[in-house]
Design a binder for this molecule. Structure first.
Ligand code: ATP
Length: 662
């Protein structure tokens, strides 16, 4: 591979190579020999045919029949040409010879026309097949990936497979055309070989002699081009990254203030020059290889025509047969040439299609099981019994021997330090993960045995990092119940619930404003405004269990108060709510508070119980006091309105409810 330039060494520490899975294929088929490739060819064609059959069996049949028809018409055409030449070189007057040759001439014209029609039909059917194959392959893998367990999504190996498989659908599309081309080459080769064998047994080895150097030349050239592409790509990648940084919006300030522009431009030129040198070198290399291949082809051609000439001179072959043989050898060797070129392409594409197959198999293996035990209509409670859970690739469990109860229709708060396991607990509760030990049950049904689709259908969730869909405000609110997206009253009610109605009112196209910048009509909204949209989404979803993870971290105090009021109001209407927050004053109305510490529940109870020295173990009380002291400290620093001095009692003492501020 090409040496990294000094710019690449400075900026990237060496060659800029993607981590993606497909990178593993760099040069993979270069290591394969012609025999291995030929042996693998039927399997690869089999994959393309299977995908094509799934996508559009009729078009596949049309392609198959047309190609077969073309092969037959080629063979017939060669035989007819032979007959035509035979008549033309027969003794007799010109008029007699022309008359005798007329039927053969008509046949040649007819099969040539037929061949052209079949070729067009095959091309049209291939054109119809290609996008369908790409769609079927994409749909299949996306559908499967969307159903795999979260543990698979977080598994690096699975991720790499997903990265490389993304290229597989496009490769499958190209495979269709390539496989059609392989079939065309094979059929014309068989037709030419068949005709030659019929004309004279000695002609068949001539075809092989003529075709071998050209096959070698094609393979060598294909390999050179492949190496060139991969050598080139690393420098292109690096230069592209630099050019993107120079026009990047986020980097724009620093590019100007720190004068990064000229620095990056210098290195951009350095990288571009490296790749230019590389291309020049490869162009010469390509020319040299081409020259050797063409010379070898020339020698083989001279040898072939020499033997043909000998056969004619010795009288072992008629002139008409010799002329037909020339045509058949030319068409046969062109077939071999095309075959070698397309087979190398098929080989390369098939590596990615094989990845796609591997991903689909793995995704099926790791899919969330369909079906399972039904949940009761009304689950009285959700229970955790001695649940332990470790994330894939982690050494330490994130939940340790957790037992708790979430009673239906109540508000349960989860509090605790960062990383204590609150979010993880909600992921197990909602069936996204299954415990390693212990049980999570919904109305007595273990989530490991339950129909998880039923669990998901009962959950509405505003995760800490809920997704900001690059769609309209309407879709961002309604995506969790997409069948009701056009229910204006429901969308408006959900928006009003979280305060998102004000945001929508200020958007140029209201609910139908695109919430992503960089597209026409798109708007960007603030983090706090997104949080209101996220809450509206959870409300719209209308699940039996509402999970809100840090719902107010980006909200201003007034909006925060409103959100908590709304959540408490929902609980009053029988909604089960699991609330995660660091704002300890806001959980005082929760029916039950669980305090987590390093993956364990260290205490639980009502706000009053946890705050009371006799009933609480102190974890919650201490954290609450820390927050309260921060507030008092801050208020002590504020100048008194009357005295103008910090720390003087202004008489406006904070009520306990207002005490705890982040
Ligand atoms: N996807 C993951 N893979 C591996 N470890 C994870 C993953 N998600 C969380 N963890 C780890 O699990 C532990 C619990 O994380 P969790 O997000 O549940 O904590 P939390 O109490 O919600 O924290 P915070 O208050 O910061 O949101 C942490 O040590 C965290 O690093």
């Amino acid at each position: 591979m090409g040496e990294p330039s000094s710019s690449e060494k400075l900026l990237f520490g060496g060659e800029l190579t993607y981590e993606q899975g497909w990178n593993q294929h760099n040069g993979a088929w270069l290591r394969l020999g012609l025999r291995t490739m030929a042996a693998a060819l039927p399997r690869h064609i089999g994959i393309a045919v299977r995908l094509a059959r799934q996508a559009d069996p009729r078009s596949l049949l049309v392609v198959g029949l047309c190609e077969l028809g073309r092969g037959i018409s080629q063979a017939v055409s060669l035989v007819a040409v032979s007959a035509l030449l035979g008549e033309l070189f027969a003794p007799g007057s010109n008029a007699e010879r022309l008359r005798a040759a007329l039927p053969a001439l008509l046949l040649v014209a007819l099969v040539t026309l037929l061949g052209a029609v079949l070729r067009s039909a095959s091309m049209a059917a291939t054109g119809i097949l290609e996008p369908k194959v790409s769609r079927v392959a994409t749909e299949r893998y996306l559908g499967l990936v969307a159903r795999v367990e979260m543990s698979a999504i977080e598994d690096d190996a699975f991720h790499k497979l997903m990265d490389s498989a993304q290229w597989g659908a496009e490769s499958a599309r190209r495979m269709v055309r390539l496989c059609t081309a392989v079939a065309t080459s094979c059929i014309s080769l068989v037709a030419a070989a068949g005709v030659l064998a019929v004309l004279h047994p000695a002609l068949l080895p001539l075809l092989i002699v003529m075709a071998l150097p050209s096959a070698w030349g094609s393979l060598t050239m294909a390999r050179q081009q492949y190496v060139s592409r991969h050598r080139f790509i690393q420098h292109v990648r690096a230069a592209h990254l630099i050019s993107q940084l120079l026009i990047n919006q986020q980097a724009a300030g620093e590019v100007r203030v720190h004068e990064v522009g000229p620095f990056l431009l210098t290195h951009f030129r350095g990288m571009a020059e490296t790749s230019e040198k590389e291309q020049t070198r490869l162009a010469w290399l390509g020319a040299r290889t081409g020259l050797i291949a063409d010379s070898a082809r020339g020698v083989a051609t001279v040898a072939t025509y020499g033997v043909l000439g000998l056969l004619l001179w010795s009288g072992s072959m008629e002139f008409a047969v010799g002329a037909t043989a020339v045509l058949a050898i030319r068409s046969g060797s062109a077939g071999i040439n095309d075959l070698v070129l397309t087979v190398t392409d098929v080989q390369e594409e098939s590596l990615f299609v094989a990845d796609l197959e591997a991903l689909c198999e793995e995704a099926e293996r790791r899919a969330i099981p369909a079906g399972g035990k039904d949940l009761p209509e009304h689950c009285g409670e959700i229970r955790f019994d001695n649940v332990t859970f470790t994330y894939h690739g982690s050494d330490e469990p994130s939940l340790r021997d957790v037992s708790l109860v979430v009673p239906a229709g109540r508000t349960v708060a989860l509090v605790g330090r960062n990383g204590s396991g609150k979010t993880t607990l909600t992921k197990l509760l909602s069936g996204l993960y299954l415990p390693d030990h212990g049980r999570v049950t919904w109305g007595g049904v273990d989530t490991a045995e339950a129909d998880r689709a039923q669990i998901f259908s009962r959950v509405a969730m505003v995760a800490q990092d809920f997704h900001r869909w690059p769609f309209t405000a309407r879709v961002n609110i309604g995506i969790g119940r997409s069948s009701a997206l056009h229910d204006e009253a429901a969308v408006d009610a959900a928006a009003a619930y979280s305060g998102a109605d004000e945001i929508i009112g200020s958007l140029p196209r209201g609910k139908d404003t695109l919430l992503v910048r960089g597209f026409r009509g798109g708007r960007e909204i603030s983090g706090g405004q997104w949080q209101k949209i996220g809450l509206a989404r959870a409300r719209f979803r209308d699940g039996q269990v509402l999970i809100v993870d840090e719902p107010t971290s980006a909200l201003d105090p007034a909006a925060e108060q409103k959100v908590f009021d709304q959540i408490h109001r929902l609980a009053g209407h029988g909604q089960t709510t699991v609330l995660i927050t660091h704002r300890l004053h806001s959980v005082r109305h929760a029916d039950l508070i669980y305090v987590l510490e390093e993956g364990r529940v260290v205490e639980h109870g009502t706000f009053e119980q946890l705050m009371h020295p006799e009933t609480g173990r102190g974890f919650f009380r201490e954290a609450y006091d820390v927050q309260a002291r921060q507030f008092h400290g801050a208020s002590a620093m504020m100048p008194s309105p009357r005295s103008g001095e910090p720390g003087r009692d202004s008489g406006a003492t904070a009520k306990p409810d207002d005490e705890v501020v982040p």
